[in-house]
Design a protein around this ligand. Structure first.
Ligand code: BGC
Length: 417
């Protein structure tokens, strides 16, 4: 990929020399925000930029988790056709930065004080070699349960505090004839759920060692085997049609009351928001049982490419709008995520958003904020893909036992490194 990217760099540079005197008043953005909640959130940005006179050239590539979008981006960059920016997850930003195709927003960052307001956990991925190459949009967190309140009341359920409580709750739903667990059988969704299962099964230190440090002893430990066994248990509560289902359709099952709960990142809350549902009344947000106090995060970043000179003003406008305090509140209220700045008031957020903001702060201060391996913040994309693949094969029965799963996991991660 690197060689191809470098050819792209040469092309982009030659475009820069032929730059027109007039700035192009257009932002071209590649992203995978195609669900109802995601599109509503993106509209906030489109409108903010329209107010400043920038047209929006949308490059949507459907597919939650962004795998298809990242394949499309790779092709564009290899052809020297850089978008103004692309939605990206942490380690992908670093990959493109290392390939030398990213722009430099350091001047804007200095002027706007990003160093002081963006959490260090995000700066690790948005700053490369001392230069700002991406604008963080939000902080998502994956260790959540999203529960239909009416179903919960009907089955007389209470917040599950441990994995065993969770299993007991799922049993109650099953007994009442409701689909207990809404899951989309796509590898990234299964792995996103497994992130939470590992944290719940092994605790914070174990999660960090296995999923961020990729410590081999941890990856093949009994605790990891137990994590796979717990995952297998959860999969017994999904409906027979789960294979291939999109994440937002799984969320819709919970919104409609066809299913009790979904384990998903808080982009699921964007769907509840888009359906005019209120936390506490229509739905409940709890931390995945046994993970209270810890936050597994990912953050959407707008990776900023080294675009020709006549497109740089639009890029600066995009970056400035993205990190403005008002946008950080307005966008994240709709998206389900929380601000990528520490100085944005939680006033406009609903109860789940307020909890998300408070949890993030506490986890950060307590050393319990960990990158999601499924969501691009635990390890580089090749390793993350290997992980998603093994988890998915296990869920779909191609890997049969947890013994086999840890062996395959160690091997796949080793090969990918
Ligand atoms: C992104 C979210 C997005 C979700 C589903 C995640 O990787 O971080 O912004 O809503 O995928 O598409």
């Amino acid at each position: 990929m690197l060689r191809k990217l470098l050819i792209g760099t040469a092309l982009a540079t030659s475009f820069a020399f032929s730059a027109h005197a007039a700035d192009v008043k257009e932002v071209q953005m590649l992203h995978w925000w195609t669900s109802g909640g995601e599109a509503a959130a993106l509209n906030v940005l489109k409108q903010d930029l329209a107010k400043e006179g920038y047209a929006w050239k949308d490059v949507p590539v459907a597919g939650g988790g962004g795998d298809a979008a990242m394949t499309a981006l790779k092709a564009m960059v290899a052809a020297g056709n850089y978008p103004t920016a692309s939605q990206m997850l942490g380690y992908t930003v670093l990959d493109y930065a290392a390939a030398g195709v990213m722009g430099d927003l350091t001047e804007t960052a200095k002027k706007e004080g990003w160093d002081k307001s963006v959490p260090a956990a995000l700066q690790k991925f948005s700053v490369y070699d001392g230069k700002w190459v991406a604008a963080p949009v939000n902080v998502h967190s994956v260790n959540w349960l999203w529960i239909n309140k009416a179903v919960m009341d009907k089955i007389g359920g209470a917040e599950p505090k441990t994995f065993d409580d969770f299993v007991a709750l799922l049993d109650k739903a099953k007994a009442a004839g409701v689909i207990p667990l809404a899951l989309g059988g796509q590898n990234w969704q299964e792995a996103t759920m497994f992130d939470s299962v590992v944290l719940s099964t092994g605790g914070p230190e174990f999660y960090k060692k296995a999923m961020n440090d990729l410590d081999e002893e941890s990856l093949k430990s009994d605790t990891m085997k137990k994590s796979f066994d717990n995952l297998a248990k959860l999969v017994t509560y999904v409906d027979p049609n789960f294979s291939g289902r999109d994440w937002n359709l799984a969320t819709a099952m919970v919104i409609k009351g066809d299913a009790l709960v979904q384990v998903m990142g808080d982009w699921a809350k964007g769907e509840f928001h888009a359906a005019n549902k209120t936390p506490g009344t229509d739905f409940l947000c709890y931390r995945f049982p046994g993970t209270d106090g810890s936050v597994i995060y990912n953050s959407d970043m707008f990776g900023m490419f080294n675009v020709p000179d006549d497109r740089k003003a639009a890029q600066v406008a995009l970056a400035t709008a993205t990190l403005s305090k008002s946008f950080q509140s307005a966008f994240n209220v709709v998206k389900g995520s929380v601000p990528a700045r520490t100085d944005v008031p939680d006033t406009d957020f609903d109860a789940c958003g307020k909890k998300g903001i408070a949890d993030l702060k506490a986890a950060n201060e307590g050393g319990k904020l960990f990158g999601s391996l499924a969501q691009g913040y635990g390890a580089p994309p090749a390793v993350a893909n290997a992980y998603k693949d093994v988890v998915s094969k296990f869920v779909h029965g191609q890997i049969k036992t947890s013994d086999e799963a840890v062996t395959e996991l160690v091997k796949a991660i080793d090969d990918a490194k």
